[in-house]
Design a protein around this ligand. Structure first.
Ligand code: GLN
Length: 487
């Protein structure tokens, strides 16, 4: 029999509605699972067991009174880069170690309003800067498929928690791949929405023109269920889009599958540096789509090579500005010193880790007088070219199939001292953030016993077609049903 903590959100919804299980039973099952595996996986920075059980009891009472909110009684984990009122939110940094936010992020508030039980805050690279979760100031998270490997990052805690069945769904944030890359490494589904599709209010900012929160889950349907709840306009975020939110789960129930779908195959992505097994896996996924009625077309995204340099200039420039607020005055760590300037200096020196300092310096340099035109402005121009590459591609195709990452999860410690190698693993994911378009990663096979992710990209506000293609692939394959054995 399926254990309660192994249920998808969709299955749990049905069992809660029919009265077969209670929110308390489901939440206890998930908390017991956390107690059983968390010493090895270490997906969480904090677990709110008592608050979760209180919320579960309240959910059962609400249901008894006729309430049928979509996530009523469903345990969800939230990346510790997203504010949760009254619950410590560290963003993986010592500088925010004791920070208790006075308000909820909009996405948190929407989950609560939908009845979700917030079970815990998941680990992240400090200020979401990283691709392995090793830059968390607290502890690394381990990949449930192989505890000697990283889960990816920066939403590695959320991805590992979903793969290890320590929550039924989770939220992550994605600035350059932080939802999709860990989803790929941990064999789960992770979706980065169109820039502006979901509100950034209450996300701890990394690169404000790139950041998006999004769902992470064990099925495409579950990602659709969560996306419907978190998407939509928010007056607190001037960049959130004021356009209606489709009923994504209902669309999937009546979707046309692959029939007639035009899929782009970017020739620029199948180049040197791609693990041959990853390439074979993506080619096999394309064959599945074609057998089921899709048309494949080769396309070109000629500015692919410029993606990493553009991303690491723009994101560090924005981060250097965003992180200036951590000065020991208003919130977070404060190291008192003789003068105001020394207090700023000592606080930031003690509170930030090495990777964050590296990025603040890179970003400050890129923005400084005399270098702005050569670096930041040029990167912005490259960004426009990348966006146009995608606009041209989406005149010919409905979605693009690509690898999520060039290789599977690497070993803990393997890249931690080599920032360039770490940055290069983001090559296929940063594009969607630079272009502002949606992308999903979902399980498509294994290499060396580790999951390989298929990335599906769509045009701006094309979440529906991205989910449709992902769902069609999931229906045609069994990869999402394989669970890791944690040992
Ligand atoms: N790995 C990328 C970086 O380190 C992306 C991070 C993210 O998306 N938050 O910047």
């Amino acid at each position: 029999m399926t254990k309660l903590y192994e249920l998808t959100i969709e299955q749990a919804q049905q069992k809660l509605r029919s009265g077969e299980i209670s929110a308390v039973e489901l939440t206890e099952s998930v908390l017991n699972r956390i107690a059983a595996v968390e010493d090895r996986v270490q997906a969480f920075i904090s677990v709110q067991a008592d608050a979760a059980l209180d919320a579960a009891r309240a959910a059962d009472t609400r249901r008894a009174n006729g309430d049928d909110a979509p996530l009523l009684g469903i345990p969800i984990a939230i990346k510790d880069a997203i504010l949760t009122k009254g619950t410590t939110t560290t963003c993986g940094s010592k500088i925010l170690e004791n920070f208790v936010p006075p308000y909820d992020a909009t996405v948190t508030a929407r989950l609560r309003a939908a009845g979700a039980i917030i079970i815990g805050k998941t680990n992240t690279d400090e200020f979401t800067m990283g691709s392995s979760t090793e830059f968390s100031a607290f502890h690394p998270t381990r990949n449930p498929w192989d505890l000697a490997r990283v889960p990816g990052g920066s939403s590695g805690g959320s991805a590992a928690a979903i793969a290890a069945r320590e929550a039924l769904g989770a939220l992550g944030t994605d600035t350059g791949g932080s939802i999709r890359q860990p989803a790929s490494f941990c064999g789960i589904v992770g979706l980065k929405p169109t820039y502006g599709r979901a509100s950034r209010y209450g996300l701890i900012a990394h690169g404000s023109s790139l950041d998006q929160p999004g769902p992470m889950a064990n099925s495409v349907m579950d990602a659709a269920i969560l996306l419907k709840i978190i998407a939509g306009h928010d007056p607190h975020d001037s960049t959130s889009l004021n356009v209606p939110v489709p009923d994504y789960p209902a669309e999937l129930r009546h979707s046309g599958g692959f029939d007639g779908l035009r899929i782009g195959v970017p020739r620029d992505y199948f180049s040197a540096g791609l693990n041959p097994v990853v390439e074979k896996t993506i080619r096999a996924a394309l064959a599945v789509a074609e057998e089921n009625g899709a048309q494949l077309r080769e396309i070109s995204l000629p500015h692919t090579d410029a993606g990493i340099p553009a991303y690491y200039l723009i994101s560090t420039a924005e981060a250097s500005s965003n992180l200036s607020r951590y000065d020991g005055v208003r919130f977070g760590l404060r190291v008192p010193a003789a003068s105001m300037w020394e207090t700023y200096f000592e606080t930031r020196a003690a509170g930030f880790g090495a990777e964050v300092k590296r990025r603040i310096m890179l970003g400050t340099y890129a923005l400084s007088a005399g270098y702005y035109d050569a670096y930041y402005l040029k990167a912005q121009k490259v960004r426009t070219l990348i966006r146009r590459d995608f606009e041209a591609a989406f005149e010919q195709v409905d979605v693009i199939f690509a690898p999520t990452t060039p290789d599977v999860a690497f070993k803990l410690g393997q890249k931690v001292d080599d920032p360039l190698q770490m940055y290069l693993s983001d090559i296929f994911t940063v594009m969607a953030n630079l272009a502002g378009i949606p992308g999903i990663s979902l399980p498509a096979g294994f290499s060396d016993g580790m999951p390989v992710g298929l990335q599906i990209l769509g045009p701006a506000l094309g979440e529906s077609v991205v989910l449709r293609a992902a769902h069609a692939f999931e229906q045609a394959t069994e990869w999402h049903k394989v669970m890791p054995k944690i040992e």
